[in-house]
Design a protein around this ligand. Structure first.
Ligand code: HEM
Length: 434
């Protein structure tokens, strides 16, 4: 069985050996997250972060056990997301783009029932259960990208495939022209800035970084507003057009422009980089184990199992501090007071030895593998899991049709970006054509 832990950058900081060495958020820690998880499971499955709660005087807690994370996400009344701060307005009363999302969350889904309805009625038809409608579009996009480098025998897999495919797919789903993809990439990067460069588990940006983020995002809200207006007048076959026309059954009314703007913001922040990371991690798992690539390539019925195991073993979103406690709780014997902020470490739960047999092995026939936490679970789980899975399935189907063998190319540093996502900056691959 080949290794399933990510390769790490040669110049990375010291690998943790004892619990005192573990800090998931220190500079360079991303190179050793998978060394830290077994230590946390054994020594501190619930780890207190003093003074790092959402409010002054409160603490943060990292949860790494599968059962604890599941308990939290399955009970949103008891463990609500920390989305309670009112949206900040600009001096002229208008809303920065990010806060359009907060406005739309508060007006469209203030309750658990409406949260479910939002998913089933507004996003599922496009990026969730209904994502199969995009099959031909995704196939064409992936095939076009592969055509552009297949004759070379090598590829910058991140820059020439994994990053670009979700960008094209989301541009098509939302109804943005392809020439705007560079701007989408810039805005997408600004949206996730806190998750990459933010400090600690709360992803805190400095005042300078926040103003840089605002500068980069300036114009995004206007850009989307322009399209909403255009598509209200002249609807096409895309998600924004549909959102301008639909009567939202749960509220029995049409959506406002700002609500649509907020939904689009959420689709962009969730839909671009996450799938990029998933594809890049899958390529590495294949490079680590050429026999695995041969096996899946020769029997495509194993591809879905591979994708789910890869998502479990190499979660693109490693953890998020998105839930709070409304009353005093006890997890694994550790007291967690009301008002604490919980960092849910999906990637650690996905390798919890009490939940998964041989947690570090990639088993193509693992039973119940989709219970992994990579997209979270329950009513607030990722609304874009359907389209992301479609992209991964179609991408690997086409890649396997056209590539017989795959290996690491020259010049890989295996350096990961900081933050809370498992993201390689670059991945050079060599391959032989089928
Ligand atoms: C491999 C790819 C992806 C991963 C690992 C991922 C992971 C997650 C996770 C763990 C959450 C739950 C966050 C929480 O409970 O705090 C989430 C939420 C979310 N995801 Fe994804 N995601 C992926 C792809 C996508 C895509 C393709 C989209 C959009 C098309 C998307 C849109 C969202 C949105 C909007 C939310 C917030 C929940 C909501 O507003 O209802 N994600 N995602």
């Amino acid at each position: 069985m080949a290794r399933t832990e990510p390769r790490t950058a040669a110049n990375s900081s010291q690998c943790p050996v004892t619990i005192e060495d573990v800090d998931l958020f220190s500079p360079g820690a991303q190179e050793h997250w998978y060394d830290a998880y077994p230590i946390l499971h054994a020594k501190a499955p619930v780890r207190r972060l003093p003074g790092e709660g959402a409010l002054p005087g409160t603490d943060g807690f990292i949860l790494t056990k599968y059962e604890d994370i599941l308990r939290v996400v399955r009970d949103p009344e008891r463990f609500p997301p920390g989305l309670t701060t009112p949206p900040r307005r600009n001096a002229d009363g208008s809303l920065p783009p990010m806060n359009a999302m907060m406005v739309s969350i508060q007006s469209l889904r203030p309750t658990e029932e409406l949260w479910r309805a939002h998913k089933s009625e507004l996003t599922d038809p496009w990026v969730g259960t209904g994502a199969t409608r995009h099959h031909d579009m995704i196939r064409a996009a992936a095939a076009g990208l592969i055509d552009s480098w297949i004759d070379r025998g090598n590829v910058d897999f991140v820059g020439e495939f994994a990053r670009v495919l979700p960008q094209i797919v989301m541009a098509n789903v939302l109804g943005f022209p392809h020439e705007d993809i560079p701007r989408m990439e810039m805005w997408g990067g600004a949206q996730v800035m806190a998750f990459v460069y933010g400090k600690g588990h709360r992803n805190l940006l400095t005042a300078e970084q926040t103003s840089e983020q605002m500068r980069l995002l300036a114009g995004f809200g206007e850009y989307v507003a322009g399209w909403v207006e255009e598509k209200r007048r002249k609807p096409a076959d895309d998600m924004i057009s549909w959102l301008t026309q639909v009567t939202y059954p749960a509220l029995d009314r049409k959506l406002t422009d700002i609500e649509i703007n907020g939904i689009v913001y959420a689709m962009m922040i969730g839909g671009l980089e996450t799938t990029q990371y998933a594809l890049a991690e899958q390529a590495q798992l294949f490079c680590e184990d050429p026999e695995l690539y041969r096996t899946v390539r020769n029997d495509r019925s194993k591809l879905r199992g591979f994708i789910e195991e890869a998502l479990r073993l190499r979660s693109p979103t490693q953890g998020l501090s998105t839930r709070t406690t409304t009353r005093d709780e006890v997890f694994q014997g550790v007291s967690v007071p009301a008002g604490s902020l919980l960092h849910l470490r999906w990637a650690a739960g996905n390798r919890d030895p009490e939940e998964w047999e041989c947690p570090n092995d990639l088993k193509l026939d693992r039973k119940g593998v989709t219970r992994h936490l990579t997209f979270s679970q329950g009513s607030r789980s990722c609304p874009g899991s359907g389209i992301s899975r479609q992209e991964q399935l179609i991408a690997w189907t086409l890649l396997m049709d056209r590539i017989e063998t795959l290996e690491y190319g020259e010049g890989n540093t295996f350096e990961h970006q900081p933050g809370i996502m498992l993201g390689l900056f670059r991945l050079n691959l060599n391959f032989t054509r089928a």
